[in-house]
Design a protein around this ligand. Structure first.
Ligand SMILES: NC(=O)c1ccc[n+]([C@@H]2O[C@H](COP(=O)([O-])OP(=O)(O)OC[C@H]3O[C@@H](n4cnc5c(N)ncnc54)[C@H](O)[C@@H]3O)[C@@H](O)[C@H]2O)c1
Ligand SMILES: [Zn+2]
Ligand SMILES: [Zn+2]
Length: 345
């Protein structure tokens, strides 16, 4: 089968690999119909993710059709259409029993990281019963690819952890797919203001279309001042960090209002300063989270009922044989205006 293989920092290739087989009774093998590329795949290619070894097939998002199941799988059978969670969960360990699937002792984020992922014709899914979701009859499968990672991440790590409430003020730093997913799902709670911050005017224009009440371009580094002006000097109740660099976490520290929350979503590769000399008296909460994908069933309903239009995040479409082009397009988002790219296997 064709697969996109990571060969160490800066190196990847599309190559022929054997079709995966069942290893444990709880496994399923899924034939991928649609997958996509995540900002985190680009982090891996930069060499930021030490757990991902050369030779691993990338990808942790996608939908497909069950090809085979192990003897222990009870909820799925060959032919079933399924949505793949980016997080693998046994459902039984202490962390899973708390709903913290991201820290499952025999799962967590392993797909396209510690084990072969979804950017291939077939993928082996461990703990299939608790890591796959059935796709409802008639669902738009392209839209559902946004539920493997992007929408639950924006919602769980950004909106839920940021305690977004009716009438609250929100700033989202980073208007990439994750920041935009937080923007879409923050609107479940009717906040009064959602300020989107980025360096890319195209992404800010998209944010405006998706419901941002204001946008701030941080190209000259003075977003904090602009946010303070927009909020009458108060700052925001929820500052959501969706970039993953020290400057943007610092920005969140500068714009969080007394009593507010900084919800970190970004994957950080280097240390970040915490300004407790200012924040100690501000009654702020700082949260971090690896997405658990516990919200997939709920978000699936909101996509099905058209409360959110997940498909708006898709800008480009490719075949699996063109995946190197897809990577190129996705990694040059400022020029290509790419958000999420769909890859059809
Ligand atoms: N916590 C989790 O479980 C989890 C899950 C998935 C992704 N992530 C992380 O979330 C982050 C966002 O993901 P994405 O796919 O949207 O990434 P992305 O790279 O597409 O988007 C980041 C955006 O930040 C903007 N940006 C960069 N520097 C900036 C600055 N100084 N000021 C304002 N904006 C700036 C960029 O222009 C870009 O639009 C990444 O770090 C990703 O690895 C975390
Ligand atoms: Zn991802
Ligand atoms: Zn577990």
């Amino acid at each position: 089968m064709q697969a996109l293989v990571y060969h160490g920092p800066g190196q990847k290739s599309l190559e022929d690999r054997p079709k995966p087989t069942l290893k444990l009774p709880s496994d399923a093998v899924v034939k991928i119909t649609k997958t996509t590329i995540c900002g985190t795949d680009l982090h891996i290619l930069k060499g930021d993710v030490a757990t991902c070894k050369a030779g691993t097939i990338l990808g942790h998002e996608g939908v497909g059709i069950v090809d085979s199941v192990g003897s222990g799988v009870v909820s799925f059978k060959p032919g079933d259409r399924v949505l793949i969670s980016c997080i693998t969960a046994c459902g039984r360990c202490d962390y899973c029993r708390k709903g913290m699937y991201s820290h499952c002792t025999t799962g967590g984020w392993i797909l396209g990281n510690r084990i072969d992922g979804t950017q291939a014709e077939f993928v082996r899914i461990p703990h299939a019963d608790t890591s796959l979701h059935p796709i409802p009859e008639g669902a738009d499968e392209e839209a559902l690819v946004m539920l493997s990672d992007i929408l639950p991440t924006g919602f769980e790590c950004g909106v839920l952890n940021g305690k977004v409430q009716p009438g609250s003020s929100v700033a989202i730093v980073g208007s990439g797919p994750i920041g935009l997913a937080a923007l879409l799902t923050a609107q479940f709670y009717s906040p009064s203001e959602i300020i989107m911050i980025d360096l890319d005017d195209n992404r800010l224009a998209v944010a405006k279309r998706f419901g941002a009440t204001a946008t701030v371009n941080n190209a000259d580094g003075d977003a904090a001042r602009q946010v303070m002006t927009l909020t009458g000097g108060r700052g925001v109740d929820a500052a959501i960090e969706a970039v993953g660099i020290p400057a943007t976490f610092r920005l969140c520290e500068d714009i969080v209002a007394p009593g507010g929350t900084i919800a970190n979503v970004g994957v950080h590769g280097i240390k970040v300063d915490l300004h407790l000399e200012r924040l100690w008296s501000h009654n702020v909460t700082i949260t971090t989270r690896l997405v658990d994908t516990v919200s997939i069933p709920m978000l699936l309903k909101t996509v099905q009922s058209k409360r959110i239009d997940a498909k708006q995040l898709i800008t480009h479409r490719f075949k699996l044989g063109e995946i190197l082009q897809a990577y190129d397009t996705f990694s040059k988002a400022a020029d290509s205006k790419a958000l999420k790219v769909i890859i059809e296997a």
